[in-house]
Design a protein around this ligand. Sequence first.
Ligand code: PGA
Length: 256
Amino acid sequence: MRIIVCENYESLSKKAAQIVGSQIILKPNSILGLATGSTPVGMYKNLIKMYEEGLIDFAKVKTFNLDEYYKLPVDNIQSYHYFMDENFFNHVNIPRENIHIPDGLASDIENECISYDESINNSGGIDIQVLGIGNNAHIGFNEPTINFNKGTHVVTLDESTREANARFFNSLDEVPTKAVTMGIGSIFKSKKILLLASGKNKAKAIYDTVHGQVTPQVPSSILLLHHDVIMILDKEASSLLNEDDYESVNDYEKVK
Ligand code: PGA
């Protein structure tokens, strides 16, 4: 695990875009695993800029998103389909047929989950998976639980997650209670993982992630066992880490 601590959200976003951008330059037909939420928005802005400047071309890129709310219409402005169009897909040249987001409206949701994982595998697997992290250390919508869930599945959202996401809805009641998410196993198969965290409210989750005990109660802790993880943090998100924590990581870098 490599931890990059950035001065602020702007430099975190730029660094993340540079890593994803270089992946695309080196492998134009890259398979990207993408995330929603506030954290990656700055990264998407920087990637769009790199595209507009002609530095990167998405014509051969394929994408798989981590998750989607269950039973929320895709034209609902809180759906992750809508979010991705607004924040990224409408601004770059990824062919529509190359974009994959779990279908929370599928009539046979179990089959949808199985075929989502199959599509990822058939594409050759995710080259780089971008992750945010929940205040409760969830990745995707894999909430703290008693065992690591392997494949894409339907999950009941924690109340803390619904409360955290209520800021995007008119009221807490409107926040869906369920979602479809790639499982920890689906995420873990990615060749490279890029986790982004910004702000003080993520500091505890980040501390728990690198602190050592791999447990499904801290879903992100599985990342300690992955061979190629980069965590990009801003100062606030890294504020609970100390020298002892770095024993469990391979590298540590500070970026202005
Ligand atoms: P956020 O969400 O980026 O909006 O903080 C991250 C997450 O819940 O995974």
